[in-house]
Design a protein around this ligand. Structure first.
Ligand SMILES: [Zn+2]
Length: 240
């Protein structure tokens, strides 16, 4: 049995990462994004919500703007300045035609070769149940990539159909196939998670710096076993 991961493809220029919430890309993926943007690749982020239901001690009307600000700062650390938000309500995103059409429209506008999203399975592996928002968004991303390329599906979007997506990479997958060596992106991965400070401070009593470093370095080291000992961020890669 081989459990070695393949390196992620690097013959691409444009990626679009689509996730439900601020911070979804910062629990690991941002280290890989930093490596990619260093290499001159363009990565854009699309957040389906502003994560306004993510801070127990802060009401949504106040949390939304805070989390949007933190997300933009966090993206900038990884070399991403193109950050967009859709207006779905955090916690109750519905999989459906509205979401598929909005995502297809974004893919048509951005014309990415690589689309990135987050684990949409029922669990994170084992007994950790995934959230309904992650399940809805991830599955809609998988479907919207096909929709974006078909001129007869959602024909009223402003941008032309785009059938140029070559891969979809699912971060946080329990069954990864590919990995990125994040030796040079790890420090920015830590700092990008740390930008979600209001969120982290409400989440844990641990000092935010220690919390972010332990998590991001820990994930990357865990994956290293399957990637020649190099600290890694892993993806399940779907080709098209
Ligand atoms: Zn999330």
């Amino acid at each position: 049995m081989t459990d070695q991961l393949e390196p992620m493809p690097d013959d691409w220029q444009r990626a679009l990462a689509i996730v439900a919430h601020p911070d979804d890309l910062e629990y690991g993926c941002a280290s890989a994004v930093a490596v990619w943007t260093d290499a001159g690749r363009h990565v854009s982020y699309l957040l389906v919500t502003r994560g306004e239901a993510g801070i127990d001690t802060l009401e949504p009307a106040k949390a939304g703007p805070v989390r949007e600000r933190e997300q933009r700062a966090s993206a900038a650390v990884a070399g991403v300045t193109d950050v967009e938000f859709l207006d779905h309500t955090d916690g109750v995103i519905e999989y459906g035609l509205r979401l598929r059409e909005e995502l297809a429209a974004a893919i048509r506008r951005h014309r990415p070769e690589l689309v990135i999203t987050l684990n949409y399975e029922d669990t994170w592996g084992g007994s950790y149940w995934n959230t309904p928002d992650h399940r809805a968004v991830g599955r809609a991303v998988m479907d919207a990539v096909g929709d974006a390329g078909n001129r007869w599906i959602f024909p009223d979007t402003e941008a032309e159909p785009w059938n140029g997506v070559r891969w979809i990479a699912v971060a946080g997958s329990d069954t990864p196939t590919h990995a990125v060596d994040v030796t040079d992106g790890l420090e920015r991965g830590v700092r990008s998670l740390l930008e979600h400070r209001a969120y982290i401070e409400a989440l844990t009593d641990e000092a935010p710096e220690a919390y972010a470093r332990t998590l991001i370095e820990g994930f990357a080291q865990q994956q290293a076993e399957r990637f020649g000992g190099r600290p890694a961020v892993t993806f399940r890669l779907f080709g098209r």
